[in-house]
Design a protein around this ligand. Structure first.
Ligand code: QAP
Ligand code: CO
Length: 171
């Protein structure tokens, strides 16, 4: 297994639209394992392939405290949704930033597992938020794009300043 590098906002590669997975092979299984390891190490509760610069429709999620309930969603599709909820979201690609976002409360999702078997899932609460957040990544969308331009630009500036500091410290 290997830890993957997570792209940081405002990296333009985070705006790439992911392609559907077409072959459920050993390479896909390895990517799932590496994404799982990367998410658990962070630690995080969700990671989209887009964030590790793999532009395929693949998400790993684990909202359990014990990190023992991995959910893999491949080519996910929202079949229906209802209600609204707000949640203070974060993102492994935007470290240190937490902002409130409004999303659907309940969703019904169709997806494939790592063996290519189709399944449906009903989600609400945090799991629902997390699935919607990660599915946005596959469309090239980062949660800060729901914020006002003022807030988003402040976050952008802060992230760029932070990455320049990291660069400077590595000399
Ligand atoms: C998306 O986010 C999410 O800023 C997953 O310094 C978040 O795993 C969906 C993380 C909240 C729903 C609610 C963020 C780790 C992890 C940070 C994450 C950080 C370290 C974020
Ligand atoms: Co994210």
């Amino acid at each position: 297994m290997a830890l993957l590098t997570i792209l940081n906002y405002p990296d333009p590669r985070l705006h790439t639209v992911a392609k559907p997975v077409t072959t459920f092979d050993a390479n896909l299984k390895r990517l799932v394992q590496d994404m799982k390891e990367t998410m658990y190490a962070a630690p995080g509760i969700g990671l989209a392939a887009t964030q590790v610069n793999h532009h395929v429709q693949l998400i790993v999620i684990d909202t359990s405290k014990e990190q023992n309930d991995l959910l893999v969603l491949i080519n996910p599709k929202i079949l229906s949704q209802s209600g609204t909820q707000t949640y203070e979201e974060g993102c492994l690609s935007v470290p240190g930033i937490y902002e409130t976002v409004s999303r659907a409360e309940q969703i019904k999702v169709e997806a494939y597992d790592v063996d290519g078997k189709k399944f449906t899932l009903d989600a609400d609460g945090l799991l629902s938020v997390c699935i919607q957040h990660e599915m946005d990544h596959l469309k090239g969308k980062v949660f800060v794009e729901y914020l006002s331009p003022l807030k988003r630009n402040r976050i952008k500036t802060k992230m760029l300043k932070h990455s320049r500091e990291i660069e400077r410290n590595s000399y």
